[in-house]
Design a protein around this ligand. Structure first.
Ligand SMILES: Cc1cc2nc3c(=O)[nH]c(=O)nc-3n(C[C@H](O)[C@H](O)[C@H](O)COP(=O)(O)OP(=O)(O)OC[C@H]3O[C@@H](n4cnc5c(N)ncnc54)[C@H](O)[C@@H]3O)c2cc1C
Length: 435
């Protein structure tokens, strides 16, 4: 096989990392008869993983049509709320729609449950999943990747899949991928607060099995670029923040102090009142969008999911898990074709980037390519929530002065805010183009 090296291989494909990207790659390859092993450093699959928790499940449902019934899905999202916190209150857009939960396109998941479920599907399809083993480096022979080194062991394969998440030490360590810029990373802090199912249904105004996703911006980040989230699980609530790493560092912010502030925030606190914090963790998040992708295939190696820079944060939705799933499916297609052709060089593996470009992953990454630059705008986190509240105050705070039309109230609010009308117009245009 061209590019396959001289020594016999242990597996057709070695996957590093048992997150959704690695497990979906492994599952798709095992299903077509390829020998695959997934190596996971966590003692148990899912133990190292942390997501806010909304999974857009269109792609995974195509592979597992029974996903909603048999996977550990927490709730079906029926309500999306966007909240701008201000010093004195908040302004919210509350979109509740039974059609969302009926379609089952977005669900809440807990990774400690979802990842083992996916691993079991991989094993059923014939893949081997090995938790409790860390890959230390790539085995490189004759300029191509020929396997992995884990402790004292060397394992050989025709193709290695770097599915090792946002840090991607494996591809970066070997010089295949450049280190990310600080502006391309966010810090995610997440807690899980235990409540009863009935308390969640009451507080979030949800019917049995339905869920809510709140995106919160404004005062909760202390002026740092980013936002908070509040997602309902079956009998717990995921609550957290994603903060831009460069801004956090520049402003000397402390993510754990901001997280404490989020729990005590006047909007958030009533939803989690009396609950018990049962889980807490912190993890990096890709924030660079399409500009972060770069190369994703090399001789004997491909990168998928977060390791390939695939995340989309629009401020309204945070997406990584569905892109991980989509990239795993596309990678398996490319790898299978390369193995069939006996050519696992970068050229032989080119079917993967081609399949990714054509899939919803490539198309959505391109659609939202301007989003990261748009989200760098500090006015989004500091000024626009307050500005909207000031306009609405003019509408609802009836006193004895004669009423003024909305446009006049808006003009006055802009005059009194630090935002200039020129900036408002430019930002509106950028928002339309980025979204
Ligand atoms: C706070 C927060 C909130 C988020 N919210 C959402 C959300 O609501 N919706 C959404 O879709 N996405 C969300 N994301 C993003 C999402 O979590 C990721 O995009 C997704 O997990 C990527 O999947 P992956 O399989 O590529 O990587 P991961 O899930 O990170 O999996 C990588 C795996 O590789 C293993 N690994 C790493 N190095 C090695 C090694 N050397 N040897 C062996 N194993 C290794 C790790 O232990 C891990 O299991 C959020 C992320 C954070 C941090």
């Amino acid at each position: 096989m061209n590019g396959g090296g001289g020594a016999p291989v242990d597996f057709d494909v070695i996957v590093i990392g048992a997150g959704p990207a690695g497990l979906m790659t492994a599952h798709s390859l095992a299903r077509v008869g390829r020998s695959v092993v997934v190596i996971e450093r966590g003692e148990a699959v899912g133990s190292k993983n942390l997501s806010g928790g909304i999974m857009y499940c269109h792609a995974i449902r195509e592979v597992f049509p029974d996903f909603l019934d048999s996977a550990p899905v927490e709730r079906l999202i029926a309500r999306n709320v966007l909240v701008f916190g201000t010093g004195s209150g908040h302004v919210a857009i509350d979109y509740a729609d039974q059609r969302l939960s009926a379609a089952g396109t977005a669900v809440t998941v807990l990774r400690a449950r979802l990842d083992p479920w996916l691993a079991a599907r991989c094993e059923e399809a014939g893949a081997m999943v090995m938790p409790g083993l860390r890959v230390d480096s790539l085995l490189i022979e004759g300029g191509r990747v020929a396997g992995v080194v884990a402790g004292q062991d060397e394992l050989r394969s025709h193709v290695v899949v770097a599915a090792d998440g946002v840090n991607s030490f494996i591809a970066r360590g070997a010089g295949f991928r450049p280190p990310p810029k600080m502006s391309q990373l966010g810090v995610g802090i997440k807690g899980v607060v235990k409540l009863s199912e009935a308390q969640i249904n009451d507080r979030f105004q949800l019917a049995e099995g339905q869920g809510a996703a709140f995106s919160i911006t404004g005062e909760v980040t202390g002026g740092i670029g980013g936002g908070g989230f509040l997602y309902t699980n079956r009998d717990s609530v995921s609550v957290g923040l994603i903060l831009r790493l460069d801004d956090l560092t520049a402003q000397g912010g402390d993510s754990s102090v901001l997280f404490e502030g989020l729990l005590a925030n006047r909007f958030v606190a009533p939803y989690i009142d009396g609950g018990r914090l049962i889980e807490y963790g912190s993890h990096l998040v890709n924030e660079g969008g399409q500009a972060m992708m770069g190369d994703i295939v090399w001789d004997g190696l491909v990168a998928v999911g977060d390791a390939a820079g695939l995340t989309i944060n629009t401020g309204l939705t945070v997406r990584g898990m569905d892109l991980a799933v989509g990239s795993g499916i596309a990678a398996a297609k490319g790898i299978d074709a390369a193995l069939a052709a006996g050519d696992a060089t970068a050229q032989g593996l080119a079917g993967y980037p081609a399949a990714l470009r054509e899939s919803f992953v490539g198309q959505d990454m391109s659609t939202f390519a301007k989003m990261p630059a748009f989200l760098e705008n500090p006015r989004l986190y500091r000024d626009y929530g307050q500005l909207t509240a000031d306009v609405l105050r003019g509408v609802y705070n009836l006193d004895l002065t004669p009423r003024r039309p909305l446009l006049s109230l808006a003009r006055q609010a802009v005059r009194e805010s630090p935002v200039r009308i020129r900036q408002l117009l430019a930002d509106s245009l950028k928002a339309v183009r980025a979204l």
